[in-house]
Design a protein around this ligand. Sequence first.
Ligand code: FE2
Length: 230
Amino acid sequence: MQLKNVDKNIWVYDGDTVNFHGFPFSTRMTVIQLRNGSLWIHSPEKLNKALKEELAELGKVEYLISPNKLHHLFLSEWLSVYPDAKCYAASGLAQKRHDINFTKQLTNSSEKEWEDEIEQIIFQGSPLMEEVVFFHVSSKTLILTDLIENFNSTAFNWWQKPIAWLTGILSPNGKTPIDWRLSFLFGKAKARVTFDKMLDWKPANIIISHGECIIGNGSEFLIKSFRWLH
Ligand SMILES: [Fe+2]
């Protein structure tokens, strides 16, 4: 199985490791099966035959989610395989990907198509980037993209490790990378509104796109990871 079950109706798939400014970044997408059987795909990864077969067994690929303007690389491939899928983009992406016909820009509250099952809010406060964060209610799982990066130190070589530590992305103390954190200088109050909402959700698990997911102690990890915001 390429899809790994996190809880009922929610899976992750670990994609290729990509080169990000000279660092090997593992990547991950999340799949949620909605009650009507359709599939909600967060940060789609490169497709392969086995993955397509596993998805086909779960349901119809209905929604493709680009949660921030950096996570969009395989959208056109998915749309060519699943031409009926609806593509939702975070702010800033439609201007970057003129080739894709997005259904809608993600807003600061859940889309009606999934509002009973998945909550959403925009993490605002940085002029660099906004990320839309999601919460799968039934599994109490928070789905983040780049807001927490949490790599095992074995992912890096001798010179990369100290830089990764300074950047704040080594487990078990993974957090928002330093460059993005600094950009919240004048927007912390705004960001805290989102953070408080995420805490109110009381997440048990946190799925992230880069590094080790947090399974079972989500709220505790969230408080520790976002200490920089206070
Ligand atoms: Fe990323």
